[in-house]
Design a protein around this ligand. Structure first.
Ligand code: ATP
Ligand code: MG
Length: 256
């Protein structure tokens, strides 16, 4: 007979999506909520892209959940190369139909793309959504990463339009059954989103700080908002190591 306690854990567990990022999931009750979209916000070089790619990689390799990577800021070729140093073989996962990368970067900067999935120029949210829907039919993913919202925002410029278009994006991802992260680059730690609207279209916000104190830079992470979930209220240090992001949940950082 099944143990009641076990069932309870399974029910709770089933609507949580573990990131698998060491130390992170215990800050938020085991993971982020299924079928929702989260913002990962932070300054340049904080580690937002690595955090998001690690979430996708772990989804495939540890939890059997396929992933879609929407690359608006770095060319897929570069990303495949960069993640090799963490021991992540993206090409193999793509060949197995577990990972799909949408190149939404090359055509925008006017260079040709030989990728399987390419977004057209000029930027148009409808066409991007159609691409994502087509990819989802191909690989039946459970996780997505949009890296990032900042370049989409610069294209659209008007905050009201950015808000509506990002809402279309997050809602479509949710309707497709995806649990997603969207990155956002900020220029000042007092900001949450670059255009002041990103946090309204997402269910939660994870802040990654990369702050200079004296002669060193310190990395720290905070769950700033997570609707429908208990979460740590503290700021925790993290490192980027040869195997990716590692959060230290039992240590705290006070930023002054
Ligand atoms: N193998 C590694 N070991 C340690 N640190 C690394 C390693 N690889 C990358 N990093 C660190 O990660 C940073 C880049 O992380 P990432 O690209 O995820 O940042 P980001 O927040 O997405 O930045 P941007 O806003 O510019 O896109 C590098 O600047 C470097 O400090
Ligand atoms: Mg990045």
């Amino acid at each position: 007979m099944a143990d009641k306690k076990q069932i309870k854990t399974d029910i709770i567990g089933s609507h949580r999506v573990p990131t698998g990022i060491p130390g992170f999931d215990e800050l938020c009750g085991g993971g982020i909520l299924r079928n929702r979209t989260y913002l990962v916000s932070g300054s340049a070089g904080a580690g937002k892209t690595i955090f998001g790619l690690q979430y996708l990689y772990n989804g495939i390799t540890k939890y059997g959940e396929n992933g879609i990577f929407i690359a608006t800021e770095e060319r897929p070729e570069q990303v495949r190369e960069n993640v090799k140093m963490f021991g992540w073989d993206f090409e193999a996962l793509e060949d197995e139909g577990k990972l799909a990368i949408l190149d939404a970067c090359s055509t925008k900067i006017g260079i040709p793309s030989h990728e399987k999935y390419v977004d057209v120029r000029p930027f148009d949210m409808r066409s991007m959504l159609d691409q994502i829907i087509a990819i989802q039919e191909d690989i039946d993913a459970k996780r997505a990463l949009v890296d990032g919202t900042t370049s989409i925002g610069f294209y659209l410029q008007d905050p009201a339009k950015i808000r509506v278009e990002l809402l279309k994006l997050s809602t479509t991802l949710e309707i497709l059954g995806l649990t997603s992260l969207m990155t956002c680059e900020i220029t000042d730690d007092s900001m949450v989103g670059r255009f002041g609207v990103e946090t309204f279209v997402t269910e939660g916000t994870i802040m990654m700080y990369y702050k200079r104190t004296d002669s060193v830079r310190v990395r720290s992470i905070e769950i700033f908002k997570m609707r429908g979930s208990n979460h740590s209220q503290n700021i925790h240090p993290y490192d980027i190591t040869s195997s990716g992001v590692v959060v230290h949940p039992h240590e705290e950082v006070y930023t002054g």
